[in-house]
Ligand binder design. Structure first.
Ligand SMILES: Cc1cc2nc3c(=O)[nH]c(=O)nc-3n(C[C@H](O)[C@H](O)[C@H](O)COP(=O)(O)OP(=O)(O)OC[C@H]3O[C@@H](n4cnc5c(N)ncnc54)[C@H](O)[C@@H]3O)c2cc1C
Length: 406
């Protein structure tokens, strides 16, 4: 059995550690923060059984121009971000060609299809069932013409993947969800998806299970990683660490860490923001406001509003305009109270241009393993790719592992 160090205690790192531990390996996890305090905290908390196709980059001129002119709240593009992001964006554009996107979707849908089952198992073992609700996910559409188009697309997707879908008009939605005003054209309701009222707490409950089973969680900033005769040597703010095998699960920080080993990994850094608002009534499920690019989720701290993607220059200041627009849109359909103090947050979706996470052995180093780049659905996919990486480390090789290979 191997001695394995995982760097990164987000959903991906903690779930990987649990899967490796379950196979009998000795596992430690190191993170500069507590478990689930970064991207795995700030998301919309949806375990997305319906997300069978990864987000491709739009290739039609009209949509690209709309983004460039700031006419969409789904995506905000700062022109100053383009020089630094050009390589990753060009690769994303190439991989978004229909035939390549279809191939990525085949792999992605195989991962997503397992996600609720994998979370169900882990949450039961962790005694954390109250941190996952079998709520489903709704998409609210404002205009009747868009509603018809969206409903037909959703019906096709549901029948292709065997998903449970309900299409309801605005009045039926308001009858089912008393907190909502009947102003929208309607909604599509995906019943197979789940959600968490506290995403960070769910990661923390998985981390507590890892510790109960004998795992070690270290809190220290990793500065350098280098190969040694026995495997790997890390310098950290609290001293050196050694391990036979190293798993990099640093989410959006993975490419920067791996540069010192000569890897230049393009990643599309899609920022996202959230804020919490007081709200008396709970929503029965999270809702994407499809025309406004935000998700509304009732959480422990109040209503969390999370935004779509913002492509910004590295190090650029927070820009909460998408959140402000989304909050205005939410106030039309809901009674929302004041912003919860200190609840504004910004993080980054770690998106790979090929739209699949990198899961497997590093191309040029033995005993170095990657599990990062989960993009828009890493909270959903952490336990699934954790299992797959543990299988790969133990020798599994098949079409799925080939498709995910770094
Ligand atoms: C606004 C928004 C909404 C989202 N909504 C959803 C959703 O509803 N459903 C869904 O499935 N996904 C969602 N996502 C995506 C999801 O949150 C991410 O894909 C996922 O959290 C990535 O997990 P991770 O473990 O790879 O990274 P992280 O959770 O970021 O973990 C990486 C860890 O690395 C640590 N680290 C970094 N550098 C160092 C260092 N030098 N030394 C030590 N430790 C270090 C960090 O402290 C962090 O804990 C959303 C993302 C955003 C931004």
């Amino acid at each position: 059995m191997a001695d394995i160090l995982v760097i990164g205690a987000g959903m991906a790192g903690i779930a990987t550690a649990l899967s490796l531990q379950a196979r009998g390996h000795t596992v430690r996890v190191v993170d500069r923060r507590g478990p689930g305090e970064e991207t795995s905290h700030g998301n919309a908390g949806v375990i997305q059984a319906e997300a069978r196709a990864p987000y491709a980059m739009p290739r039609d001129l009209g949509t690209l121009v709309r983004y460039a002119l700031g006419r969409s709240n789904d995506l905000r593009l700062d022109p100053l971000a383009l020089p630094g992001a050009a390589r990753a964006l060009m690769a994303y554009y190439r991989h978004s060609a229909p035939s390549r996107h279809q191939a990525a979707t085949r792999t992605y849908s195989a991962l997503i299809a397992r996600a609720t089952r994998d979370h169900g198992k882990l949450s039961a073992e962790a005694g954390a069932e109250q941190l996952i609700r079998r709520t489903g996910l709704g998409e609210i559409i404002d205009r009747p013409a868009d509603f018809e188009t969206r409903a037909r697309t959703a019906e096709r997707l549901a029948s292709e993947y065997g998903l449970t879908l309900r299409v309801v008009d605005g009045a039926a939605l308001a009858a089912e969800e008393p907190a909502l005003r009947p102003t929208s054209a309607g909604a599509v309701l995906w019943d197979d998806s789940w959600s968490s009222p506290d995403p960070a707490a769910l990661v923390q409950s998985y981390a507590a299970l890892f510790i109960r089973r004998g795992g070690e969680l270290l809190r220290s900033e990793v500065r350098t990683i280098s190969e040694s005769e026995q495997g790997w040597r890390l310098s950290t703010e609290k001293g050196p660490l050694k391990a036979e095998h190293l798993v990099v699960a640093l989410g959006p920080w993975s490419p920067a860490m791996l540069r010192q080993l000569g890897y230049r990994i393009p990643m599309v850094m899609k920022r996202g923001y959230h804020g919490h608002f007081a709200m008396e009534d709970q929503l029965g499920r999270p809702y994407l406001l499809a025309d406004h690019g935000v998700v509304l989720s009732s959480m422990t701290r109040g209503l969390r509003i999370t935004t779509g993607a913002h492509l910004a220059r590295a190090g650029a200041k927070h820009d909460f305009r998408q959140l402000e627009h989304g909050t205005d849109a939410a106030r039309i359909i809901l009674d929302i109270g004041d912003a919860v103090p200190d609840s504004l947050w910004q993080g980054t979706r770690p998106c790979m241009p090929r739209m699949l996470p990198m899961v497997g052995q590093a191309p040029r180093h033995a005993r170095l393993w990657f599990n990062f780049g989960h993009g828009h659905q890493g909270f959903t996919l952490g336990p699934t790719t954790g299992e797959i990486l543990a299988d790969i480390l133990d020798g599994r090789r098949d079409a799925l592992t080939a498709a995910l290979a770094p």
